[in-house]
Design a protein around this ligand. Sequence first.
Ligand code: 5BU
Length: 453
Amino acid sequence: MRKKKEFFLEIYHLGIIKFGNFTLKSGLYSPIYIDFRPIASKPNLLIKLSKLLLNEINYLNFELICGVPYAALPIATALSLISNIPLIIKRKENKGYGTKQMIEGIYKKGQNCLIIEDVITSGDSLLKTIVDLEKVGLIVRNIISILDREQGGVYNIKKKGYKIITLFRIRDILKMLNSKNLLNKKETNLIKSLRVYKKSINTKRISYEEKRKIIFHPIGKKLIDITLKKKTNLILSADLTNSIKILKLVDLVGDLICGLKIHADIISDFSNSFIELLKNYSIKKNFLIIEDRKLCDVSYTNYLQIHNGIHKISSWADLITVHVMPGECSIKNLKIPYNVGLITISEMSSYGQLFDDNYIRKSINISLKNPKIIVGTVAQRKVDNRLLLFTPGINLFYQKKLLGNNYIHPNLAFKIKRSDFIIVGKAIYQSNDPKKITEKYKNIAWNSYKNEL
Ligand code: 5BU
């Protein structure tokens, strides 16, 4: 332990710990960010780290070493050089040309591979790496990591039957820094808040009632109230191009949904009277109206698009979707009424989408920093519990790509992505019996949420 402590204090001075507001790769919020990448630029420390890691396991059992991309790659390389165990490289995404291999290097089916990770948070990227290695016939049993952030990842991995060793746990590191008086008051307070977040916000699904308490936006609270009252977390995406057809559908299934999502610009006969009738239904049948506008422009243009044109979205929509690709400023000064909320799009369900981890993290961070205007987000992963998570790309009968969208079963949305609301379109409005199918989706989604509590 003494060696480990000494080593940690040495790397601490490289600035590997930062305090502030961070959204982690997993989408979870944290007041503390730990980044071991700087070690790669210090060969002596990289060697020390590799020796410490190798000390933890009987490495002669392994025929291959693989690092979780990208942060663990230099560490895995150093381990390979010291131990003489061959290295293989796992790609993050396949390069789309040439051999399209996800695993590079020389390996044979049935070889036993040791996995190296730098920081374990939710364990999701580690599990992705394992899946790809197992797909090519490699055997993975053991993982070794520098840090356990103690946010559920180690538990998730062990639950799947893998053995995992970590050099440090976050609590040991913070204790160590405290004992050496290396933390100032602000940093100590942030760490205290980390404990609170770990318990109440980040690690597990919380009930709609609990979520209602930590969500700031009145429209977010209203959506949860509707959900609890009607026992439905189903949003219908009525992507129809005719207003009468939309109204007929709403008349039929409005009692079964908490939200109705439309694309105003696909409705050929869009009119004020349509909006008036839709609004009446939303009051009578108690659901919110979401305009899936996906704004993506500079602030002033977004402002014009929200309030003007033939759609005048802000006069009727309860929620409007928006990309934050043009930056945080683009969602400022939109002058949206207090009873309209925004849903950011952090990651789409479409096949081949270009949202990468970095962008998703930034988008979630912006969403968290603006609770007075942002209610939640669309993402294909767990997000911080202070955001409502909306999941499109849902279908009961297939789990695959169709018309450019990726579809999953509602149970998976609640279980794996920790979704709050599922969005269902074609499966309902194209069915022969929309009412029966809506009831089916409603019940499955509601029970799925209940089972996850
Ligand atoms: P579907 O018929 O169930 O595939 O309809 C999904 C709807 O959700 C449709 O209106 C899309 O425009 C919308 N959508 C989506 O599919 N994926 C996304 O990531 C986002 C929106 Br954001």
